[in-house]
Design a protein around this ligand. Structure first.
Ligand code: 5GP
Length: 209
């Protein structure tokens, strides 16, 4: 029986480049077949191009509440007025099968995960500065100025949580940040807790002859 996979949590203020990093990790980190993305449930409406079961499980509010009552979430939170939650069963079965599971969740969710699973690896992505974050959000042109201002206000509160995380990536250069993210995933795989079974088997071969 191989050791359990690692739970890797990534959070960032909106516009810091987290989605690009997560996409890059899955597209370019080919030696990562054992890494899976945890698809969250949300009551938010799908944006154009988003697919049910791929980006999120788009769920009605009543269904979401039923899931809360049934204890189906490892964590859940209200983010920008919509509910988001991580399925406990999906995460636990993947970890048990030895796969690493990546959770892209907000700071509230990350704190709850760390409480229930202290061995989780928490990564915080910071933009180089507040000014640069604002510029990126404006350049992206996805949201109107009032929404951007709201996100920036939320970001002021979120960034203070960086010190509760295990790793910080300052996303100045996407390639550099991607390299750092891959390195964190690789390091998790070399941890003694992950390598113990394999190491024991190898050590046994030294004792057999
Ligand atoms: P978006 O609606 O832009 O996809 O995501 C908004 C925020 O919700 C992001 O910060 C994202 O990380 C967070 N989020 C997505 N899924 C979950 C989840 O399952 N739990 C929590 N706590 N936050 C989530």
């Amino acid at each position: 029986m191989s050791n359990k996979g690692s739970l890797i949590v990534i959070s960032a203020p909106s516009g810091a480049g987290k989605s690009t990093l997560v996409r890059g990790l899955f597209e370019k980190f080919l030696e990562t077949p054992g890494l899976v993305f945890s698809v969250s449930h949300t009551t938010r409406k799908p944006r154009s191009g988003e697919q049910h079961g791929v980006d999120y499980f788009f769920t009605s509010e009543s269904e979401f509440k039923q899931m809360i009552a049934a204890g189906a979430f490892l964590e859940y939170a209200d983010v920008y007025g919509n509910w988001y939650g991580t399925s406990r069963e999906a995460v636990e079965s993947q970890l048990k099968a030895g796969r690493d599971v990546l959770l892209d969740i907000d700071v509230q969710g990350a704190m709850k995960v760390k409480q229930s699973l202290p061995e989780a690896i928490l990564i915080f992505v910071l933009p180089p500065s507040f000014r640069i974050l604002r510029e990126r959000l404006l350049k992206r042109g996805l949201d109107d100025p009032a929404v951007i201002e709201r996100r920036l206000q939320v970001a002021r509160g979120e960034v203070g949580y960086y010190c509760k995380y295990d790793y910080v990536i300052v996303n100045e250069d996407i390639e550099r940040s991607l390299f750092e993210l891959k390195s964190i995933v690789s390091a998790a795989r070399c941890a003694i807790s992950r390598r113990r079974d394999r190491a024991q088997e190898i050590v046994k071969t030294f004792q057999e002859t």
